[in-house]
Design a protein around this ligand. Structure first.
Ligand code: NDP
Ligand code: 8X3
Length: 251
């Protein structure tokens, strides 16, 4: 079977990195993206033993960098079959009246505009070939608002709306669009949210078994291995200990 080309944003950590590892072992060639070139290099060295890989380092907030990076791909890499729009983070967890403008800008610019910029750069090849698959990392935060989640939730509600909009607009081109909406996944997510405070980050997962990046990667692989006529639209996944954003059973 011919290998498909998958471009993964946010491949330097967490869900994106786990997805890269799993897809490398399952018949995909990979375009690994992130800002931290050292991590991209390390991952490329590791996964290069399993499949063909290339790396692109850009900040999804910068539209010109996104467009330039994707345009710079050699011809052999231009036929992207799968786009995993995964890059994103929460910045802060504050009541709206105390929120930082810098955090708000980061979340809207990365989680919403960044996803749009990358999609805009990749879509021409998919619409031209009338095939492709876009997987957007949403969140339970895009389905329910929780205390102090305000702007992060808004950014993920936007991802939910964009996923639905993409599915409608790209229907005529035979392009599949899937959103995956996890609850708590232990990655660098909370360390970023709490600005490097690892102790505070660890409290998020205290007394429960959270999901791992690999759990989400398994779902992504399942979605990508569905037969051509099957389009998984929307998957919400929790750790067993979690029932909603706010209902969590801890030991
Ligand atoms: P991590 O912090 O572990 O990974 C985030 C990734 O996004 C990194 O690879 C980072 O790469 C990349 N990234 C962040 N900002 C930028 C930027 N400006 N430009 C380019 N890349 C960027 O978090 P997760 O793996 O948990 O998060 C991945 C996705 O899953 C996010 O969209 C998140 O919202 C979503 N999610 C996470 C959940 C969780 O509980 N962890 C639950 C639900 C959804 P680099 O810093 O090298 O640029
Ligand atoms: C990440 C999950 O619950 O912290 O999107 O919003 S949560």
């Amino acid at each position: 079977m011919q290998k498909r080309i998958a471009l993964i944003t946010g491949a330097t950590s967490g869900i994106g990195e786990a997805t890269a590892r799993l897809l490398a072992a399952n018949n995909f060639n990979l375009i690994l993206c992130g800002r931290r070139q050292d991590r991209l290099d390390k991952l490329q060295t590791e996964l290069g033993k399993l499949t063909s890989t290339t790396t692109l380092s850009f900040d999804v907030r910068n539209q010109q960098s996104v467009a330039n990076a994707i345009a710079s791909l050699p011809d052999a890499w231009k036929g992207i079959d799968v786009l995993v729009n995964n890059a994103g983070n929460a910045h802060g967890l504050d009541p709206i009246q105390n929120g930082s403008i810098e955090d708000w800008d980061a979340m809207i610019d990365i989680n919403v505009k960044g996803l749009l910029y990358v999609s805009k750069a990749v879509l021409p090849v998919m619409t031209e070939r009338k095939s492709g698959h876009i997987i957007n990392l949403g969140s339970i935060a895009g389905k329910e608002v929780y205390p102090n989640g305000n702007v992060y939730c808004a950014s993920k509600f936007a991802v939910d709306a964009l996923t639905r909009g993409m599915r409608i607009d790209l229907n005529a081109f035979g392009i599949k669009v899937t959103s995956i909406n996890p609850g708590m996944v232990e990655t660098e997510f909370s360390v970023v949210r709490f600005k490097g405070d690892k102790e505070k980050a660890d409290l998020t997962y205290k007394g429960l078994i959270p999901l791992t990046g690999k759990d989400i990667a398994d779902i992504i692989l399942y979605v990508l291995q569905a037969p051509p006529h099957v389009q998984l639209a929307d998957i919400t996944v929790f750790p067993t200990a979690q029932a909603s954003s706010t209902v969590v059973k801890r030991n």
